[in-house]
Design a protein around this ligand. Structure first.
Ligand code: NAP
Length: 498
């Protein structure tokens, strides 16, 4: 049955500005109710190759379009997204499950990124610098890399794609984009917007299909010069190894084990609000989700009581119903993974204070729902204190001091986001200096990044690159140093210097 909002039964690949049928399809299922929304193509390496060849041709022309004109296309993309914000948000909730309020926020992030990156069309700053020689001019400029491959996960189906594709486009690259098979609808919608905004054919190509087929073919394709990937560490490591062999540039944004630190002088009500939003928003399936609360022993009991009281008020169900605050888990595998961590936590000696079970029966029967869960008396070395669970599960770890809290925060393999609640300015500055994460929040939860700042993490979260912010341009450009000698004679650097 055709979904009324989507108005199609099948998605199509977008290659060379054409809507191309797939040879095989699989169903896209709404995690809130188990119903099929639409079918999505399962493409292969041949489709990737077509997309790359067309992108290669289109990129040569696109790179010659003045950047301010490239930016105008992005301005139109942002405007169309803004006009369609509500529809896009509803489709996003249907394919991903996050509640409508959060889906609207995610679409807004994409709109912000379009307007922000369109401004880059008149910046893309390089540098001019004096030459060491007379009558010689020196400058550095950003140049497009060529064809870039973008591989995105299901938990932010549109925001992450805009963090990557918009800077790539404004910098004069062409894009081959593989969205997650679980959540391809917003990619289809964004491709339609690119088309309507007047982006020349072939500059953005969307190829749907599994990571093991489409993603792998992109990583191996010699004409894709950059891979920008967001997803799990396991997949990212494999991609990095292959790109390393080919000396291909690769940007990785991966997992997190993010913590909120609550000090003894914190505003506890504010801390509870921040923890609930960070831990249970998107059902804990954000890369920046709070999955550890590192709490000063003097306020542990009070914090537990207040957290439990507020968790009881959380309403769980289909995100399209705006009375719900927590939506479903993406699929059955996700539910099984979270369930496994319940046993792991209990066997390690953690105390389960709330949740810990799959929600069944009534309105939960056909969806994938897991009750918001709170463990306490967790020690830093337990697996539930170390590993990314990617569900609505939070572990309380008691500590005696700020120094210990920072050590616990930093004692995991990831380094994406961290937060501290305290009223002491000295602790604020010490914490922001010593927390080893790419993002630090003070008196706010672990989520809430703004698009004009760099997004990414240290250690096992990434490989040193950043999405969004002006820093994203570093992934999609090469630096060129240019020397112009107008002396009319050969001048040798380092040698003919008096
Ligand atoms: P995933 O399984 O690694 O998938 C991510 C993307 O990679 C999907 O499009 C997937 O395709 C594709 N893929 C899978 N195998 C591949 C391969 N061999 N070669 C190339 N591509 C391949 O990750 P996920 O479970 O969807 O996403 C959740 C993870 O993403 C979490 O760890 C989360 O922390 C992380 N994340 C990080 C950030 C950040 O910025 N740091 C942001 C959001 C999410 P298919 O799924 O279609 O097969």
């Amino acid at each position: 049955m055709t979904d009324a909002l989507l108005k199609t039964e099948k998605l199509r690949n977008f290659i060379d500005g054409e809507w191309v049928e797939g040879k095989e399809y699989t169903a896209v299922v709404n995690p809130a109710n188990g119903k099929t929304i639409v079918d999505v193509p399962l493409s292969d390496g041949g489709d990737v190759n077509k997309a790359v060849q067309t992108a290669k041709k289109a990129q040569k022309e696109w790179a010659l379009v003045p950047a301010p004109q490239r930016a105008e296309v992005l301005l139109r993309v942002g405007t169309l997204m803004k006009e369609r914000k509500e529809r896009l948000a509803q489709l996003l909730t249907m394919e991903n499950g996050k509640v409508l309020e959060e889906a609207r926020g995610e679409v807004q992030e994409g709109i912000d990124m379009a307007f922000y990156m369109s401004g880059e069309g008149r910046r893309l700053f390089g540098q001019t610098t004096p030459s060491e020689l007379k009558d010689k001019f020196a400058m550095s400029q950003r140049c497009p890399v060529g064809v870039v491959g973008i591989i995105t996960p299901w938990n932010f189906p549109i925001a992450i794609a805009t963090w990557k594709s918009f800077p790539a486009i404004v910098a004069g690259n062409a894009v081959v984009w593989k969205p997650a098979t679980e959540t391809p609808i917003l990619a289809f919608e964004l491709a339609k917007i690119f088309e309507e905004a007047g982006l020349p054919k072939g500059v953005v190509n969307v190829v749907f299909g599994k990571g093991s087929a489409v993603g792998d073919a992109m990583v191996h394709h010699k004409d894709i010069r950059v891979i920008s990937f967001t997803g799990s560490n396991e997949t990212g490591r494999g991609i990095a190894a292959e790109c390393g062999q080919q000396l291909k540039k690769v940007s990785l944004e991966m997992g997190g084990k993010n913590a909120v630190i609550v000090m003894d002088d914190a505003d506890l009500n504010l801390a509870v609000e921040g923890i609930l939003w960070s831990a249970f928003g998107t059902s804990g399936q954000r890369c920046t989700a709070c999955s550890r609360v590192i709490v000063h022993k003097d306020v542990k009991e009070t914090l537990e009581e207040r957290l439990l009281a507020e968790m009881e008020k959380l309403t769980i169900g289909d995100g399209l119903d705006e009375s719900n605050k927590v939506g479903p888990i993406i699929n059955k595998d996700g539910i099984e993974k979270v369930k496994r961590y319940m046993d792991i936590g209990k066997n390690e000696g953690a105390k389960l204070l709330a949740g810990g079970y799959v929600m069944n029966g009534g309105k939960y029967t056909d969806g994938n729902y897991f009750a918001p869960t709170l463990f306490t008396d967790v020690t830093p070395d337990m697996r539930i204190g170390q590993e990314e669970i990617f569900g609505p599960v939070v572990s309380l770890i008691p500590v005696d001091s700020l120094e210990e809290a920072i050590e616990v925060n930093n004692g995991v393999e990831f380094g994406l986001s961290s937060s501290i609640f305290t009223g002491d300015i000295n602790r604020v500055f010490q914490a922001q200096r010593d927390l080893d994460t790419g993002i630090v929040y003070v008196n706010a939860g672990t989520t809430g990044a703004e698009i004009h700042l760099p997004f990414g993490g240290t250690k096992g979260t990434g490989n040193g690159h950043r999405d969004s912010g002006v820093q994203a341009l570093d992934v999609f450009t090469e630096w060129k140093a240019v020397y112009i000698d107008y002396s009319g004679k050969l001048q040798r650097a380092q040698i003919d210097v008096e």
